[in-house]
Design a protein around this ligand. Structure first.
Ligand SMILES: C[S@@+](CC[C@H](N)C(=O)[O-])C[C@H]1O[C@@H](n2cnc3c(N)ncnc32)[C@H](O)[C@@H]1O
Length: 253
């Protein structure tokens, strides 16, 4: 599916790879800041009025607010800066020929999809998504295609509406499958396993896999090993989104 684009369509002029978990980030930043300020003001008031009870309440509120605010700040940096560095490392770890067929599972605004498309000379990059607004702000295929135009790879990119649990592609149809910060959004372990099985199914033998996620990468590795994948590694964790983000790299046997 390519979204409707006509001469009236206005494309953004600036690349935007989206804000992840926007409600949580905004809440952490604004509520965290508010609690820090309120807690600090209340602590000062308590000192002036010698109220031990208010002081005992105000100090934990100020510290909790500050840690919440810092969590939001780290996540904002991770969304806007940190994950682009991680993307570059992942893309550099794949031995590109230039003629690959690439799939990005849960492409969102196309961060991995378009970086992969830039490695191609004659290949094709497909992004699928369900466009959740909870997982990424202003998530829609038009924004992804606008980014593709800005990155000058629109002619190599295709977007489809699809659920990662049921990929609408034949077995062994991709040379490379990438996915970043997607699969943890599925709460049920069985659903996450299903996604990994689907990814393994659509990859060609010898195909390259790269998954970055903030949780459950151990489960993804176990599922791949149960499917006979021996060539699987998990990278050392980083803390772009506060919780440990790990990259799973593998080659389909
Ligand atoms: C945090 S965003 C990450 C987007 C992009 N991969 C990136 O790194 O910028 C998670 C994405 O996963 C998508 N997603 C969540 N559940 C999905 C599912 N079951 N199938 C396909 N996409 C899904 C969301 O719509 C969202 O675009």
């Amino acid at each position: 599916m390519n979204p409707k684009i006509n001469s009236e369509t206005v494309f953004p002029q600036k690349l935007n790879y989206g804000l992840d978990a926007p409600t949580f980030q905004r809440c952490a930043l604004f509520c965290g800041l508010a609690a820090t300020i309120l807690g600090t003001l209340a602590a000062r008031w308590a000192q002036q009025h010698e109220s031990q009870f208010v002081l005992n309440c105000a100090i934990p509120v100020a510290w909790a607010g500050l840690s919440f605010f810092l969590t939001g700040g780290v996540m904002f940096w991770g969304s806007k800066v940190g994950k682009l560095h991680l993307r570059d490392k992942i893309i550099a770890s794949i031995p590109w020929r230039g003629d690959e067929r690439v799939l990005d599972v849960g492409c969102g605004h196309g961060m991995m999809l378009l970086a992969a498309a830039k490695q191609l000379k004659s290949g094709h990059a497909v992004g699928i998504d369900i466009w959740s607004q909870t997982d990424q702000a202003d998530n829609n295929p038009e924004s992804t295609l606008a980014n593709a135009r800005l990155e000058q790879v629109a002619h190599r990119v295709e977007i489809q509406n699809a659920d990662a649990r049921s990929l609408p592609f034949p077995d062994c149809s991709f040379d490379v499958v990438v996915s970043s910060f997607v699969i943890h959004n599925l709460n049920q372990a069985a659903d996450r396993e299903q996604v990994i099985r689907e990814i393994a199914r659509v990859l060609k033998p010898g195909g390259q896999l790269a998954i970055a996620d903030i949780r459950h990468t151990g489960q993804y590795e176990r599922t791949l090993r149960s499917l006979g994948w021996m060539n699987v590694q998990r990278w050392f964790p980083n803390f772009l989104f506060v919780t440990p983000t790990r990259v799973l790299r593998g080659v389909k046997p």
